[in-house]
Design a protein around this ligand. Structure first.
Ligand code: HEC
Length: 184
C-alpha cells in the first residue's frame, strides 16, 4: 500500500517533466514552421520555378540581388503589357492602381481572375476599366512570371528598375512558352 501511495505522489512530478519536454519540443516545432512560413523564402523549386508553402508561384532572390528567371521575365512582361496603365515598377498611375499595394491583399487565384476577366468598380463617375486580358497570349502565357515579379515588388523583396542578375532561363520555361504561344 505504501508503494502504491508513493507511486501516486510521484506521478504528478513525472507528468510535469513530460509536460515541459513536450513544451520544449513544441517551441522547436513552432520555430521551425515559422522559418518555413517566411513569405520571402520559397518552400520548393521545380526547374527554376519556385513555389510557396501553399503551392502558389513565388520568387527567389539571393542576398546579392540575383533573381530567379520568372521574376526577371515578369519584369520584362510587366513593362510591355501592364506598365502603360499601372506605371513603372508597379507603382501605379493616375489611371490605374499601384499593384505593389494591391498584391498585399490580392492572392494568386484572385489575381488570375482579375487579369483574365477584367475589373470595373461601379462607383459613381468611375470610368476606369481593367480590361479582360484572358484572350491575350502575350499576357496569359506569362501570367505566372508577371505575378511572381509583382509579388516580389509587393513583399519589398525587389527594388525598382530592372534586376541586374538572374538565374539561367530554364528549358521547361522555353518549352511552356512555345506550347502556349503556338506556331508563329
Ligand atoms: C488599359 C489600362 C490597363 C492595362 C493595360 C492593365 N490594367 Fe490592370 N487595371 C486597370 C484599371 C483602371 C484598374 C482598376 C479597375 C477598378 O478597380 O475598377 C486595374 C486593376 C487591376 C488589378 C486589381 C487591382 C486592385 O487593387 O483591385 C490588377 C490585379 C491588375 N489590374 C493587374 C494588371 C496586370 C497584371 C496587367 C498587365 C498584364 C494589367 N493590369 C494591365 C487598367 C489596366
Amino acid at each position: 500500500m505504501k508503494t502504491f501511495v508513493s507511486l501516486e505522489s510521484a506521478l504528478p512530478a513525472a507528468r510535469k517533466r513530460f509536460a515541459s519536454l513536450f513544451l520544449a519540443a513544441g517551441v522547436v516545432l513552432v520555430a521551425a514552421s515559422a522559418a518555413q512560413c517566411d513569405p520571402k523564402k520559397p518552400a520548393s523549386v521545380t526547374d527554376g520555378k519556385y513555389a510557396d508553402a501553399a503551392g502558389n508561384p513565388t520568387y527567389n532572390i539571393s542576398p546579392d540581388g540575383k533573381v530567379d528567371w520568372y521574376t526577371y521575365s515578369g519584369f520584362l512582361r510587366y513593362n510591355s503589357e501592364c506598365l502603360r496603365c499601372h506605371g513603372p515598377d508597379g507603382m501605379g498611375s493616375s489611371y490605374a492602381p499601384k499593384l505593389v499595394d494591391s498584391l498585399k491583399t490580392i492572392d494568386y487565384p484572385t489575381f488570375l481572375g482579375i487579369v483574365a476577366g477584367g475589373k470595373k468598380d461601379l462607383g459613381a463617375g468611375q470610368e476606369k476599366v481593367m480590361p479582360a486580358l484572358g484572350d491575350d497570349k502575350n499576357v496569359m502565357c506569362y501570367i505566372d512570371d508577371i505575378y511572381i515579379y509583382l509579388k516580389a515588388r509587393s513583399d519589398d523583396a525587389l527594388g525598382r528598375n530592372r534586376p541586374t542578375e538572374h538565374e539561367p532561363k530554364p528549358k521547361t520555361w522555353t518549352e511552356a512558352q512555345d506550347a502556349c504561344m503556338g506556331p508563329g
